[in-house]
Design a protein around this ligand. Structure first.
Ligand SMILES: [Ca+2]
Length: 385
């Protein structure tokens, strides 16, 4: 021991450990980990084979081991084979296309095998501007053509207005009885905290668009009866993990992209708190200042601009099982997130792709599929190198 240093008592050591090691670790856990500064790897454990090309593709939805639906933001939908054959799908409603708005997500209904039903989201034009809409239809497939029959808009955001950041991601509950829809704030941040405006929310609906009786605010009627969670900015990822937990990612402003564990009735803070700042540099209070609001489980500063979220449970990449795969727009990366024994997410891999990645999907054979946010934007099939 050096002269002048006092011996550290057991209690002193405990206090020291608490201050230096334990408390910061607990604080980090409450805040979530910042994975933003990670460098992307150019050494890829997969080959990415181009299969087809599209005009600004937005979403991939596998129907079976042979075919998928792919939307294009300007308003087209395609039935696509795993070998790249493209069949146009007729009867897509008119969409309000521009910037981030247009034809958005597509998903097969839990009862697709029996009904042929698909769900899709888009920005719908109308009086006052445009608004997010959710429709379902029956997919009728032919040899050279396909179409949507019985198109039924089962939910729409009203009143319509202006703005980008529509959200629009569809996810079905594992029991197949409810659907979840993300709605972005459309650059009107204050709406995210207003339970009576369907912007900046995750909504939970019955499959016909009606309101489930067991939603957190079901008894209060109106928009708020459909709200599952609030305080979101621009969510372009929503998916159930194999263990049944629902995860969402959303874009922050300048910094503060978030991965959130979605639990009913919670408020995720936007725009009251963020781990990023406004685009003009003015600060926003951090999540840590408001423990009453749900902090992200993981966040990215600087941003990655997450888009697309798929949990991997296939045979081709056994080391990826139970991981979340996330595309990056501005960052042009594919991210793999793993979950520790306590369920906390950590970014395990970040691979450099050449272009903005808009969506991620996994086919039944375990291949990973990506689409690029550009025109032409490629459909890529990832298999182990
Ligand atoms: Ca938040």
């Amino acid at each position: 021991m050096k002269q002048g240093m006092r011996p550290v008592s057991g209690l002193g050591l405990a206090v020291l450990l608490w201050g230096l090691v334990i408390a910061p670790a607990v604080a980090r856990a409450a805040e979530g980990e910042n994975a933003g500064a990670r460098a992307a790897s150019t050494s890829l454990p997969f080959t990415a084979a181009p299969v087809a090309a599209f005009d600004t593709p937005w979403a991939i939805a596998f129907l079976d081991g042979e075919q998928m639906l792919i939307t294009e933001k300007p308003g087209r939908m395609w039935l696509v084979s795993v070998r790249g054959q493209k069949i146009p799908v007729q009867n897509v409603p008119q969409v309000a296309y521009g910037g981030q708005n247009g034809l958005l997500d597509v998903a097969q209904s839990p009862d697709f095998a029996a009904t042929g039903r698909v769900y899709f989201s888009y920005v719908e034009p109308g009086a006052g501007g445009s608004g997010l809409a959710l429709a379902r239809a029956r997919l009728v497939k032919g040899e050279a053509a396909a179409r949507l029959d019985d198109v039924d808009v089962i939910w729409r955001q009203l009143p319509k207005g202006q703005g980008s950041q529509p959200g629009g991601i569809i996810a079905f509950a594992p029991d197949g009885r409810h659907l979840f829809l993300t709605s972005g704030d459309r650059r009107r941040p204050e709406t995210a905290q207003d339970p009576d405006i369907a912007l900046g929310k995750v909504l939970r609906l019955n499959l016909d668009g009606s309101t489930p009786a067991d939603n957190p605010m079901a008894g209060q009627g109106g928009v708020r009866a459909q709200v599952w969670t609030l305080g979101h900015r621009n969510p372009y990822g929503l998916a159930f993990a194999p263990d049944g937990k629902l995860w969402l990612h959303e874009m922050g402003p300048r910094g503060g992209d978030e991965l959130n564990l979605i639990e009913p009735g919670r408020n995720y803070g936007w725009p009251l708190v963020s781990n990023g700042d406004n685009y003009d540099g003015t600060p926003i209070p951090r999540h840590a200042t408001r423990p009453d609001l749900q902090a992200p489980a993981l966040y990215w500063t600087p941003i990655v601009a997450p888009a697309g979220l798929a949990f991997y449970d296939g045979p081709l990449f056994p080391q990826w099982r139970n991981s979340a795969l996330i595309g990056g727009l501005a960052s042009r990366v594919l991210i793999r997130v793993t979950f520790d024994a306590a369920g906390a997410p950590h970014e395990s891999d970040r691979w450099q792709m050449d272009n903005r990645i808009r969506d991620v999907a996994v086919s039944p054979d375990g291949a990973v599929w990506l689409i690029e946010d550009r025109s032409p934007g490629r459909l890529l099939r990832l298999t182990p190198r």
